[in-house]
Design a protein around this ligand. Sequence first.
Ligand code: SF4
Length: 83
Amino acid sequence: MILLKLVLEEKLKFKSDRMSKTCKWFEVCPLKRYYEEGKLKKKWIEDYCKGDYKNCVRYKMVEKGIPNPDNMLPNGEIRDDLK
Ligand code: SF4
């Protein structure tokens, strides 16, 4: 019984860790739409939105309540072709 509890706890922790790898802003972030429209390479999503999102410039700004333009990439670069 104790073993079963430990296994279940590990499974839940694993699931929680995996889920937390996605940025909490992903569903509403303009970069998701750009990617779905084929305007943005998957690498940006993999590297930041579903990876190291805490290093995303957009993420950091939003967390501080600082507005940012829709066409700003996770590295802070502004892309004029993104609309
Ligand atoms: S671009 Fe940045 S803020 Fe937007 S979903 Fe990706 S990691 Fe989050």
